[in-house]
Write a protein that binds this ligand. Structure first.
Ligand SMILES: NC(=O)c1ccc[n+]([C@@H]2O[C@H](COP(=O)([O-])OP(=O)(O)OC[C@H]3O[C@@H](n4cnc5c(N)ncnc54)[C@H](OP(=O)(O)O)[C@@H]3O)[C@@H](O)[C@H]2O)c1
Length: 307
């Protein structure tokens, strides 16, 4: 494989998929086809070809993927398991590179990999590794970007700015790798522009490393009139509660949250990446000045209680 030109993207209408789609289009390096569910009402720019697909039909997916060099999947968390027919079809259609929907914490970390929330992703990795061995023309790349910072701050997951008692996980001083949605889009472009270097590899990117206390200090500086009395939350308790829910068969975004928080903030879970591939992928780093601007933006878009 020398170059990748034809790229199909699944889940392009999602929180992250939109950013990946924009990065692919803005790069002007690829012919982009969007795959969208038959039931989807999502809309896309007129300039892209959209194919409505049945994600359960390997023959239909194979026909759709003929001529594609790469498939990027950004399907939602609840749909990670649905990628297996798409992967099988990619192999059958002669697709050279598959990037699965992951965009996560460091799932290779032994403690993170034991969390039940990541088992669907791990099953996907194993499938990709097995297929890459038996079909050498088929390759994959995994992208890990830590916590999606702009998305998370908008939802109050890093610091709940709208609460007077935001949670500080394990005290709020644990460093974690974070990336904005646009940076992940750029990372995908970087992988597709460097197919040889990224072949069958896990790529790590982050914009910067933050702590909750650093973000809270910035918020206090930006809004001196606001009062926050943070509450320390033990991530081991959150993990235990989520595991109990999973053991009872309750697998929801809510029950998963404690596990995702544990992976990001827990000691020994690899929340701060030890190596990153930003340079190869053409993803720049951000500074504390950038972080403060993001905190301001998130606060400006957060309702203050009573306002
Ligand atoms: N690291 C982080 O902090 C972080 C945060 C959020 C998400 N993520 C990860 O980023 C990836 C994308 O998440 P997201 O929040 O952007 O996803 P999302 O918005 O929930 O969904 C993305 C798209 O997936 C498609 N989809 C939904 N259900 C599907 C199904 N059952 N089968 C096939 N396709 C389906 C839809 O596209 P169509 O309607 O066009 O078919 C949807 O717009 C996931 O791997 C997620 O775990 C990471």
């Amino acid at each position: 494989m020398t170059t990748i030109q034809n790229v199909a993207i699944a889940g392009a209408s999602g929180n992250l998929g939109i950013s990946i789609l924009h990065a692919l289009l803005n790069s002007k390096a690829f012919n982009v086809t969007v795959l969208s569910r038959e039931s989807s009402t999502a809309t896309f720019p007129d300039s892209v070809t959209v194919v409505h697909v049945d994600y359960t039909s390997v023959p239909d997916l194979t026909a759709t993927l003929k001529g594609q060099d790469a498939v990027v999947s950004a399907v939602g968390t609840a749909a990670i398991n649905t990628q297996h027919p798409l992967i099988e079809a990619s192999v059958a259609a002669g697709v050279a590179r598959f990037i699965p929907s992951e965009f996560s914490a460091d799932i290779d970390n032994a403690m993170s990999s034991a969390l039940p929330v990541y088992q669907p992703q791990i099953t996907v990795h194993k499938a990709l590794q097995g297929l890459a061995q038996t079909h050498p023309a088929f390759t994959y790349t995994l992208i890990r970007n830590g916590v999606l910072l702009d998305w998370s701050m908008a939802k109050g997951f890093v610091i709940a700015f709208d609460s007077e008692t935001p949670s500080l996980y394990d005290g709020g001083d644990r460093p974690l790798s974070v990336s904005n949605l646009a940076s992940v889009g750029q990372a995908v472009v970087g992988v597709l522009r460097n197919p040889r270097e990224t072949r069958n590899r896990v790529m790590y990117v982050h914009d910067l490393v933050i702590t909750q206390n650093k973000v809270l200090a910035m918020a206090r500086k930006l809004a001196p009139a606001r009062t926050w009395n943070p509450v320390v939350v033990d991530t081991a308790d959150l993990e235990a509660r989520s595991r109990d829910a999973y053991a009872k068969g309750v697998v929801t975004i809510h029950s998963s949250l404690g596990l995702l928080i544990r992976a990001a903030f827990g000691e020994g879970y690899g929340g701060e990446f030890q190596r990153v591939d930003n340079e190869l992928l053409g993803v720049g780093f951000k500074t504390d000045v950038d972080l403060e601007a993001m905190v301001k933006d998130a606060m400006d878009h957060t309702l203050v209680p009573g306002s």
